[in-house]
Design a binder for this molecule. Structure first.
Ligand SMILES: [Cu+2]
Length: 264
């Protein structure tokens, strides 16, 4: 009798713990809210616009007054090897430091557990040249994307940072990097479109359900903009826009994204 009772209790415990851990009950016909948070930092510090003072490996001290970049063409990979690609029209976001409404990308994805996250830093070449009627929302040059579009080039500025540094000999000690270039109409034109893929497993995989919101928290380390594959000197390059050196800066910033954790 005692033995039967123990067995019953043990199976009850096993049953309830299995039920609790069972996150395989996904219905891929349902969609859940998923946000991707872009938390800008400099080295180990939170980025403080205008007030924070930082030093690059060239020994140059700088402050940041503007930081904006486009994230687009988001897709997510599952363990079974399949990929969910967010419908392209819903997949353009302008991230802006200092704007609480613009520190994340909000998307809807089918229920499931996702292991990789892929996105573009910048705007795909086709969309750059589409009619303005197909460049609304984050891409509206007369609205959200004001100051992020080169009319002469029919192309977006993918990444914009502005600030001051005593190392700069420009007016007001300004420095500015406006990086774009979608490849243009010939293969010889600058192409700074970058695609980033992050493995979400070490920091925790997002488990998306219709009934809840899930957040992928990324760290975006601006220190890597200056020091990574190349060391960028503000003194030598105080203003970089549509020129050959922009590819060096884009190569650096393509590696500044890191998955920190997931809020499930
Ligand atoms: Cu978080």
């Amino acid at each position: 009798m005692k033995h039967i009772l123990y067995t019953a209790i043990i199976s009850l415990l096993i049953f309830s713990s299995c039920k609790k851990d069972n996150t395989n009950e996904y219905n891929s016909n349902n969609k859940g809210e998923l946000s991707i948070e872009f938390d800008n930092i400099v080295g180990g510090e939170n980025l403080a616009l205008n007030t924070g003072s930082y030093t690059n490996s060239s020994g140059e001290t700088y402050k940041i007054t503007t930081l904006k970049y486009f994230i687009s063409n988001i897709s997510l990979g599952k363990a079974d090897g399949t990929t969910y690609t967010v419908p392209q029209n819903d997949s353009y976001f302008l991230i802006e430091e200092g704007n609480e409404d613009a520190d994340h990308a909000s998307i809807e994805v089918p229920e499931g557990e996702y292991k990789t996250l892929t996105f573009m830093v910048g705007i795909d070449s086709l969309r750059n040249t589409k009619d303005v009627s197909e460049r609304t929302g984050a891409l509206d040059p007369a609205g959200t994307a004001n100051g992020m579009y080169w009319g002469w080039n029919s192309g977006y500025i993918f990444f914009k940072i502005e600030g001051t540094s005593t190392a700069s000999t420009a007016d007001g000690n300004m420095f500015m990097y406006h990086i774009g270039g979608f490849g243009g109409y010939s293969s010889s034109t600058i192409n700074n479109i970058k695609t980033v893929t992050l493995n979400l497993e070490p920091g925790g995989t997002p488990k998306v359900h219709q009934a809840k919101e899930t957040n992928i928290h990324l760290m975006v380390d601006i220190a890597k903009l200056f020091d990574n594959k190349s060391h960028i000197s503000i003194k030598e390059h105080a203003a970089v826009m549509f020129d050959a050196y922009s590819t060096t800066i884009a190569d650096n910033y393509a590696t500044m994204f890191r998955h920190d954790h997931t809020e499930n």
